[in-house]
Structure formats: C-alpha cells, structure tokens
Ligand binder design. Structure first.
Ligand code: PBG
Ligand code: ZN
Length: 327
C-alpha cells in the first residue's frame, strides 16, 4: 500500500544498467590454472575423468603454458607425476625431479608466467599419503613431525628450480612455519607461501587422484584433512597458517565451502584463494556432455559465486575457457 512497484527490478531493466550495477566482476587476473606434468616427451595423455585435461611432459607443458599465457592467464599451479615412487617420496625433493625440471623449462620459455608449485608428498609416495607413515597401536597414520623436513626440502628445491610461489597442500601441523624458515635460510626470504589452509577431506578430489596417480593405497586422508562438518575449525587452521607466515590462504574445495571462504575473508582479510577442484570440474563437464547443463553458464555462475563469497584468487581447470569467455 503506497509503495512504488518494481523498485528492485528497475535496476535489471536494461542490459547496460545490469552490467553497470554488477557487484562481482571476474577477471582473468584472478585465475590460476592447475597442470599435471609427467616424464617423457611429446606426451599429452588425456585424464579420463577430467575431459579436456591432460598429463603433459615437460615439452608439451611448455607449449600449453605458452597457449594459456596468450589467452591472458598469468599463473599456473604444477603437480608432478614422478618416474618412481617410494615410502618417503624422494622424487618430490630430487634436484632433477619432474616439477623441478618443469619449473626450469617454463621459466626459460615463459619468464613472465607466475609458477606456483604444489608442495606435498602424496604424488611421490608409494602408499599415496601426504606424509611418511608411522604405525601406532596397530594403526597406520601419517607422522606429522617426520614429514615436515621432507616438505621443507621439497619447497626449497622448487624455489631453487625457479618457482615463484610454493603452495603446501599436505595439512600437517606446523608445515607453513617450517617451510618459511627453510626458505629463509636457503636465501628465499622473498618467496611467498600460499597455504592450503582449510583443506577438507572431500569426495570431490576423486578425479584429481586419477590425474596425479595418487589415491591412498590404504585408509583415507581424514586424519589430516578437515571434516566437512566443521567451520570454526577452519578459522583455527587459517589462523595457525597466518601466524606461521602464510602470505595467502586457500579454502578447498570451493562450492560446498562458500561459507568458509566468506568467514575466512571477513575474519582475516588476507588474499584468499579458493580451489574449484577436480570433482567440481568433472561434474560440470559430465552434465554438459549429456546436454543437461550449459557449460559456459554453469562455469560462470560457479566462479562468480566463488568470487562473491570473498575469493580473490580462483584455482580452476576451467581457467583457459574462462579466459576466452571473459574477453
Ligand atoms: C594433494 C592435493 C590434492 C588436491 C590438490 N593437492 C588431492 C588430495 O588431497 O587428495 C586436489 C585437487 C583437485 O581435486 O583438483 N595433497
Ligand atoms: Zn597430498
């Protein structure tokens, strides 16, 4: 009674006005493209559960980096699939390990591309866990403190190979502080750390584990990754990583954890990244392949929602497609 009608819809009445009043604007500058590198040459091995994604050898990886850089992508995240695996993930910190060689090659070919490396052991251990295994009371678990020095060695060797930033994804307690000290001592005090700070034990990593050939051979990751039921605990995880020296913090996965992204950004105000993970990618790809979803619409909606929730940076396998759509 007495209220003018259509007060809110007036702002949506013209496409130009709709664009002008848009609150969240995605930009190609926010995107980080994850890539998988494996030994060999000329390899472009499709990842079955992630249509459009490949395991690449160093040479084809460099080609892919050139291509996505031409699309406007300025940062990549590297995962390595090593020649061989063992109990302590030696290849993760081998001087001529696969990620180390990839960093050197990318920096040579695309010096301006910002290269981030995933620091974890699961791709390099024969048991597929993110740290070394200890048996206590007949139960096998990841040994937190024995894992830390190996992660430090891995981070330092990535830095020596030319990585511009390291991203520890193991979820061991104290790893950010240990890596920070290790980098500082090795002469890399300037190198930033993006911590996978609130990383949940998620079913949505399934396709990634095929891509990285890293499914755990026994048990699961719930003794180190977070329970999806917990939100306050995510803030404690993030606080710990910041205190230990994280420069950027990450929430992972993204869409099921928009509330966590929001709380982390609100509480700490640090540059906050969100990882739109493999399962989130594969779901959209599968539905789109069946004609059940419009891929472009679904991807733009998901990534816009992640940004609206507070993410400054978005890690996504859709990065090259998004770069084209955002042009
Ligand atoms: C390794 C790691 C995983 C992902 C990123 N780093 C898998 C896992 O923890 O099992 C998942 C990425 C994705 O699903 O796209 N610690
Ligand atoms: Zn791992």
């Amino acid at each position: 009674m007495g209220f003018p009608q259509l007060r809110l819809r007036r702002l949506r009445s013209h496409p130009v006005l709709r664009r002008m009043v848009r609150e969240t604007r995605l930009s190609v500058d926010q995107l980080i493209y994850p890539l998988f590198v494996r030994p060999g040459s000329g390899v472009r091995q499709p990842i079955g559960s992630m249509p459009g994604q490949y395991q690449l050898s160093v040479d084809t990886l460099v080609e892919e980096c050139r291509r996505v850089q031409d699309l406007g992508i300025s940062a990549v995240l590297l995962f390595g699939i090593p020649e061989s695996k063992d109990a302590v993930g030696s290849e993760a910190y081998a001087e001529h390990g696969i990620v180390q060689r990839a960093c050197e090659a990318i920096k040579r070919a695309c010096p301006d591309l910002f290269v981030i490396t995933d620091v974890c052991l699961c791709e390099y251990t024969d048991h597929g866990h993110c740290g070394v295994i200890v048996e206590r009371d007949g139960r096998r678990d990841v040994d937190n403190d024995a894992t830390l020095p190996l992660l430090v060695k891995e981070a330092v060797s990535h830095a020596r190979a030319g990585a511009d930033m390291v991203a520890p994804s193991d979820m061991m307690d104290g790893r950010v502080g240990a890596i920070r000290s290790g980098l500082d001592e090795a002469g890399f005090a300037h190198l930033p750390i993006m911590a996978y700070a609130a990383k949940y034990a998620s079913s949505y990593y399934g396709p990634f584990r095929e891509a990285a050939e890293s499914p755990p051979k026994f048990g699961d990751r719930r003794s180190y990754q977070m329970d999806p039921a917990n939100g306050d605990e995510a803030l404690r995880e993030v606080a710990a990583d910041i205190e230990e020296g994280a420069d950027l913090v990450m929430v992972k996965p993204a869409i099921n954890y928009l509330d966590i992204i929001w709380r982390v950004k609100e509480r700490f105000g640090l540059p906050t990244a969100a990882y739109h993970v493999s399962g989130e990618y594969s779901m959209i790809k599968a539905a789109a392949a069946n004609g059940w979803l419009d891929e472009k619409g679904a991807v733009l909606e998901a990534t816009t929602a992640i940004a609206r929730a507070g993410a400054d940076l978005i890690l996504t396998y859709f990065a090259p497609r998004l770069a084209e759509w955002l042009r």
